[in-house]
Each structure stands twice: as structure tokens, then as C-alpha cells.
Ligand binder design. Structure first.
Ligand code: SF4
Ligand code: SF4
Ligand code: SF4
Length: 179
């Protein structure tokens, strides 16, 4: 009797494990002009040519040997060397005026200015002027990032002394009301 085994709910440790797995399989940040992930994976031959071609050396071999961007190593200048040299067209130029990727930066709570410490490093590193500082009466100026001007180049990421900046897919950037 009672042939069916009881269905167990996930234990806390199992839930943690499952959450860890979700983080582990989050899509890597591919080089600029990468095709949609499924098409990218099926066309990239893992030849490393884009990695070797990148003058700022921000492309690394990631999971499975596929290339990904590591902004802790530097920024993307959108020089186009990677896309130009990608023979199997896993990286493919888009229509005129279309951005090479959908990455955007956002600034989190670890920002020194939030803690009352004067810092404008990110604004000084940003090549597009996307980070402006809003003066505050009785406090230090806070950085404000204009997502429309941000190209997701990553120049601000490594320069931030507290790693307060995150660069990620535009769809994952929290809106002001979510921050
Ligand atoms: S566009 Fe240039 S700087 Fe950016 S990832 Fe490609 S080769 Fe590197
Ligand atoms: S560099 Fe970092 S700590 Fe400094 S203002 Fe920008 S986000 Fe804040
Ligand atoms: S990712 Fe590049 S363009 Fe965007 S705010 Fe940072 S430095 Fe500026």
C-alpha cells in the first residue's frame, strides 16, 4: 500500500543549490556584434581569433571555450577587429545605426558618493559622457547614468574603486523605481 513515494519539497540546501545553478548558467557576455546566443553557439568554432585580435585584451575563453567579455581587464573601444576577423560569422555586423550589443552600465549602492565620499572616477572614464554628477546641497555630488548615452563599453567598470558599477544586458538593468 501507499506505492507512491511522497513528493519532497526542496530542502533549504537544495534550494540554495538550485539557485546557485541558475546563477551558474546565466548567459555569458559575448563579444560585440555576437549573434543571438543559440546562433552564436552553433556558428562559433572556438578558434580564439577574436580573442587574439582584441587590442584591449578584454576577450577571454569562457565556458565551453566560447569567447566572452571580461570588463575587469579593460574596455571595448568598438574597434571592430573581432567582428571583422570572425570567419564563421558568429559575430556579424548589424544594420547601420544598430548598437553592437544590448549592454548597459548601472550604478549600485556601493558607490562612494552614496556614502558621502567625493569620487568622480567613473564620469572621468566614460568616453560618451553618459555619467554626470548632480550637485547636492550639504552632500557630495551623486553620479547619474544616462542609459541612452551609455554604450556598455565597460570603461567605468574597472575604474570604480568599489566595484559599484555593473554592466549587463539592458533587459536586466533595474529601472529607477526598482533600485
Ligand atoms: S570591438 Fe575591439 S575592443 Fe571591442 S571586443 Fe572587439 S576587438 Fe576588443
Ligand atoms: S567611480 Fe564608483 S564610487 Fe566613484 S562615483 Fe563612480 S560609481 Fe561611485
Ligand atoms: S559603460 Fe561605457 S558608456 Fe556606459 S557609462 Fe560606463 S564608461 Fe560610459
Amino acid at each position: 500500500m501507499g506505492s507512491g513515494a511522497p513528493v519532497e519539497s526542496a530542502s533549504p540546501s537544495r534550494r540554495g543549490f538550485l539557485r546557485g545553478r541558475v546563477r551558474a548558467v546565466a548567459p555569458a557576455m559575448r563579444p560585440p556584434w555576437a549573434r543571438e546566443e543559440h546562433d552564436f553557439i552553433s556558428s562559433c568554432t572556438r578558434c580564439d581569433i577574436c580573442i587574439d585580435a582584441c587590442p584591449t585584451a578584454i576577450l577571454v575563453r569562457a565556458d565551453g571555450g566560447f569567447p566572452a567579455v571580461d570588463f575587469s581587464l579593460g574596455e571595448c573601444t568598438f574597434c571592430g577587429e573581432c567582428v571583422t576577423r570572425c570567419a564563421p560569422r558568429a559575430l556579424l555586423r548589424r544594420a547601420e545605426g544598430e548598437a553592437p550589443w544590448a549592454l548597459k552600465a548601472s550604478i549600485g549602492q556601493a558607490c562612494l558618493a552614496e556614502a558621502g565620499v567625493e569620487c568622480r572616477v567613473c564620469g572621468e572614464s566614460c568616453p560618451t559622457g553618459a555619467i554626470r554628477f548632480r550637485p547636492r546641497i550639504g552632500g557630495v555630488a551623486l553620479p547619474q547614468l544616462d542609459a541612452d548615452t551609455c554604450t556598455g563599453c565597460g570603461a567605468c567598470f574597472a575604474s570604480c574603486p568599489t566595484r559599484a558599477i555593473v554592466v549587463r544586458a539592458e533587459s536586466e538593468v533595474p529601472t529607477e523605481s526598482e533600485q
